[in-house]
Design a protein. Structure first.
Length: 80
């Protein structure tokens, strides 16, 4: 089942499945940061007000704003 990245909780793990249609600017930016379909990641931190979210992907930590995170379609694969 596909979710948006912002639907996952702290410690959840997932795989990038694709991108929401319509926002090509965010899609291009996320692809350039290594968030390609099939990439595994984990949610490592949320800011106190929920924006941004920090994920660990490909061995580095990446912070995404909620509108960027909403562009990602992911599949939950587990939790820490």
């Amino acid at each position: 089942m596909k979710f948006s990245l912002r639907d996952l909780k702290l410690g959840d793990k997932g795989i990038v499945k694709g991108f929401e249609k319509g926002n090509k600017i965010y899609r291009k930016k996320l692809l350039s940061m290594g968030l390609t379909p099939g990439s595994e990641f984990s949610i490592t931190r949320y800011a106190p007000l929920g924006d941004p979210v920090e994920i660990q992907v490909r061995g580095f930590f990446l912070s995404l704003r909620q509108d960027e995170a909403a562009t990602l379609l992911v599949e939950k694969v587990g939790s820490a």
